[in-house]
Design a protein around this ligand. Structure first.
Ligand SMILES: *Cc1c(COP(=O)(O)O)cnc(C)c1O
Length: 424
């Protein structure tokens, strides 16, 4: 039975044997991750209990959405979990980029400046900030908000001295990105984030330290609010949605900054007290409940992928036993054919659209062809098993997600099989 199922998925027997060997080696690492899951599961249950969550909170509202107590409970639970004063969790955010843009644009004015202290931001933020021309003239730069990129050091760390030196009376915000995104730099540690908060607030307590928290939620025992970050944002079709939220994003931070961001999402004067939640509250709340475990599964899948591909001779980052600060795993292949084989293997393991074969294609905003594997229940949901790769040297594939460890493991073994077949 066992053998024929592996055959059914095209995984060679020698790879199954190798997987068993690796499983023993990574067991202690998986146990450490499970300890973080247990901690965060308790934090989430406590946050929901503290809101006295009841069935009637889960139903959602219509129209203006006044007095939506489920929405208010969700906001308060997120504020507790992100360790901030307030939060705004809404299905109306169309993506993580939208939530980040509202947080930044709601809190910046003409004549002010934002320092990009972890180097160039995630691709989709370039148009928001004005690092790339915005066709309709709607970027922060077009609105009179300047920016300066402070490159990371050669080791991929924040250049604290350069950040301190760059602060001027116009500096209103320091932007940080916790995750590596789709680059080879390491993600930020909470310690590093705390150091930026300290130097910024020493220069002026009014400087808003903002962090793009995408892919970082529930990876560690604490969130950036614990080290004094003023404002953060993320996507619900990544970590905190737990695979169940079908859309949306969140902003968390100091009350005033979240309120300003809310007025950017809605309209001046409308604040955070409007916004019907339709049928979204149940999946958003239940997804939050499941999120620590799903993030743990994704992390353990990433550790398994790192260990397996390292054993097969491919450079991986992070290493299997490295401390993780986001859910992304990068694997470096020798050529484009291997990258394609890897992504096609991940797709072939999907519960949805497994019969579809991803091919490299051009995407707006990317200069090289990109291949994406995403056979997901939620379109673009990247806490589900997925992989992306731009087809250019050094031929890194970025792999993330897996709502269950067993599924992540299957996908990785199918991908490895195809890469090995490709090599022969
Ligand atoms: C996913 C992500 C975003 C936002 O992406 P969307 O596709 O707009 O949800 C921003 N920053 C980082 C680091 C991300 O990983």
């Amino acid at each position: 039975m066992q053998t024929s199922l592996w055959q059914r998925f095209g995984v060679q027997p020698d790879l199954v044997a190798l997987a068993d060997k690796i499983e023993t080696e990574i067991l202690p690492i998986r146990q450490e991750i499970e300890a973080i899951v247990a901690h965060n599961q308790m934090r989430v249950v406590a946050a929901l209990q503290n809101q006295h969550l009841s069935d009637w909170h889960l139903n959602g509202s219509t129209g203006y959405g006044y007095g939506d107590m489920g929405r208010e409970a969700l906001d308060a639970a997120y504020a507790e979990l992100m360790q901030t004063e307030a939060a705004l969790v809404r299905p109306h955010f169309v993506s993580g980029t939208h939530a980040i843009a509202c947080a930044m644009m709601g809190n910046l004015q003409a004549g002010q400046e934002v320092l990009l202290a972890s180097g160039r931001p995630y691709d989709t933020l370039e148009g928001v900030i004005g690092l790339r021309p915005a066709p309709l003239g709607n970027s922060l730069l077009d609105l009179g908000v300047n920016h300066r990129v402070i490159p990371l050091t050669d080791e991929g760390q924040i250049d604290l001295e350069a950040v301190a030196a760059a602060i001027t009376p116009q500096t209103a915000m320091i932007h940080l990105q916790r995750s590596r995104g789709y680059s080879t730099r390491p993600p930020l540690t909470l310690e590093q984030i705390g150091q930026v908060v300290e130097l910024a607030h020493n220069a002026s307590p009014n400087i808003i330290v903002f962090i793009d928290n995408c892919y970082g939620e529930f990876v560690e025992r604490e969130e950036p609010g614990a080290v004094g970050v003023d404002l953060m944002a993320g996507s619900l079709i990544k970590n905190p949605g737990g695979g169940l939220a079908i859309s949306g994003g969140y902003i968390a931070g100091r009350e005033l900054y979240v309120a300003r961001a809310a007025e950017r999402l809605t309209a001046p004067g409308l604040s955070n007290e409007m916004g019907a939640t339709f049928g979204h509250l149940r999946p958003m709340l239940q997804g939050l409940f499941l999120a620590p475990d799903a993030v743990g599964a994704a992390l353990q899948g990433a550790v398994f992928a790192a260990a397996l591909f390292q054993e097969l001779g491919f450079p991986v980052s992070p290493l299997p036993n490295e401390l993780r600060h986001d859910i992304i795993q990068s694997i470096q292949f020798a050529n484009a054919e291997q990258v394609i084989a890897f992504c096609q293997g991940i797709q072939a393991a999907a519960p949805v659209d497994a019969h579809v074969r991803p091919e490299p294609g051009d995407l707006p905003g990317y200069s090289d062809p990109v291949i994406m594997a995403a056979g997901t229940f939620v379109l673009g949901g990247s806490l589900e098993l997925s992989a992306d790769a731009p087809l250019r040297p050094p031929y890194n594939a970025y792999y993330q997600g897996g709502l269950t460890y067993a599924h992540a493991r299957l996908g990785i073994l199918m991908a490895a099989s195809r890469v090995l077949n490709q090599q022969e």
